[in-house]
Write a protein that binds this ligand. Structure first.
Ligand SMILES: [Zn+2]
Length: 261
């Protein structure tokens, strides 16, 4: 058992490392299909032994070996989060009655949520780093959610997936309109609406409600703490995408664990 857990953690750390690269390249317009990783500052090739998830970051003390430019803390953070979330998902789907059970349906089910969670993680990184959520990892994956729901590979049915996606988009769209009407300011971005549509397509109508609830609570809490620490008040933009992703993931696991116990 311990061996399985360690194996999963390592595999998903590597997957997290890949998601970092996808997120970075999708916002900074680097050559998306270039094979080897390069330093974001000096463009030097990164040696394979400097490319080990988390460990290389610690050994290099967060600096490029060649140019000494700082490596973003987002790299190890995203790797650890990915590993944690996907290991939990693996257990959630395959660990049944104190045993790992694999059959065609739950393998496909794992694949469906694996795509969903990977998209949430990529959106989290791009939103934290550049305040954007790429459409390829939000709205374009909505039909993919419908297809998974249609073939019964999600914990929700087809109509719940459709309603969840439309409702998710609409509620943030209306909130943004009302907010703009009263304050004459842009509060929510198009990216947030598209991300919540994706969330609705994979966890349904109830999932959207809980996601908004958890995201607003944690978002305002972190926002206030951030304001108190930095004492910045003007032109403050806090990305909402990471909170939506957090809300969706918390709902997914709580919902299934509550059903079990
Ligand atoms: Zn460098």
């Amino acid at each position: 058992m311990l061996f399985v857990i360690i194996f999963l953690i390592i595999i998903f750390l590597c997957w997290g490392s890949f998601l970092n690269v996808v997120a970075y390249r999708s916002i900074f317009d680097k050559n998306f299909f270039q094979k080897r990783s390069t330093c974001n500052n000096c463009n030097g090739l990164i040696k394979f032994y400097d490319n080990i998830p988390v460990i290389s970051y610690l050994i290099l003390k967060a600096k490029c070996r060649q140019c000494k430019a700082k490596i973003s803390v987002l790299y190890p953070v995203i790797e650890i989060l990915t590993s944690l979330i996907l290991t939990l998902l693996f257990f959630n789907i395959f660990y049944i009655n104190n045993n790992f059970i694999f059959y065609n349906k739950n393998i496909l089910e794992f694949f469906a949520y694996f795509i969903f969670f990977s998209a949430l993680i990529i959106s989290t990184r791009t939103d934290l780093e550049a305040l954007v959520i790429p459409q390829a990892f939000s709205i374009y994956l909505v039909p993919v959610g419908f297809i998974f729901a249609y073939f019964n590979l999600l914990k929700i049915n087809f109509w719940d997936s459709i309603i969840g996606a439309f409702f998710g988009y609409l509620i943030l769209f209306l909130t943004a309109k009302i907010f703009k009407f009263f304050t004459k300011k842009e509060g929510l971005g198009e990216g947030d609406m598209e991300l919540l549509a994706l969330i609705g397509a994979f966890i349904g109508f109830a999932g959207v409600w809980y996601t908004i609830l958890i995201a607003s609570l944690t978002g305002s809490l972190i926002g206030v703490i951030y304001l108190l620490i930095t004492k910045k008040t003007r032109d403050l933009q806090i990305p909402f995408g990471p909170f939506l992703s957090f809300g969706a993931i918390v709902y997914f696991f709580l919902n299934t664990f509550i059903r079990i116990f």
